[in-house]
Design a protein around this ligand. Sequence first.
Ligand code: IPE
Ligand code: IPE
Ligand code: MG
Length: 240
Amino acid sequence: MENIARVPVHVSIIMDGNGRWARERGLERAAGHIEGVESVRACTEAAVECGVKYLSLYAFSEENWGRPEDEVNALMGLMFKSMLAELSNFLENGIRFVVLGNRSRLSAELNSTIDSCMEKTRDNDVLTLIVFLSYSGKWDILQAAKRFAAEVAADPSRAGELMSIGTEEFGRYLVTGDIPDPDLIIRTSGEMRLSNYLLWQGAYSELLFCDTLWPDFRKDEFRSALMTYSKRDRRYGKVK
Ligand code: IPE
Ligand code: IPE
Ligand code: MG
């Protein structure tokens, strides 16, 4: 394996193309989602091996609630099953598991499994694996603004913050809180859009679009994405 010169701290993936993967094989869309879980496992392993500290995955967007009920149920069921199946792996390998998104839309059963999985893995520090579930970037910015405004409204001594708050402080109200912004955002399946993902946090992320469908995106592709990243020149608007 070639050495990766500069390993990103936070890699984020828009996992897309499960439906097309299944269609190409004459299978139901759900079969693509099931196979996609194998890619999640492979990329999580690769992230640990490469020394990535945060791996985040866009698993279900707010807009995905508009899919047929069967598919939504299949995706939520898969989330539930995979979490239970992977817990021992998270504990053995020092993986902290975090779910972020509009949790109020998830079932009570799923929410309690998520809480228990997060609680049991909270002190792990090899890799933080974040799953964005029922998430959208616009929703995140709006909930942050509402939370901030509510806190200030409840405490008159903080009124000045309404005008003085900076981007860094505001960023702490996003669901990502203390999690560093993604260095690299990968989207599979050839689509070149963000689909309402990490609109604030991705302000300076390197973007990488690849044609591979998510169920085919495994360790080699993950490592090769990291190689591509390590050759990028991040200038942040400055002159070098
Ligand atoms: C990504 O695959 C998984 C989710 C969005 C939940 P898709 O289901 O979007 O697959 P395509 O884009 O239809 O191929
Ligand atoms: C984006 O994929 C959301 C996830 C990968 C979870 P979609 O397949 O839902 O996005 P669009 O509809 O192509 O923009
Ligand atoms: Mg898609």
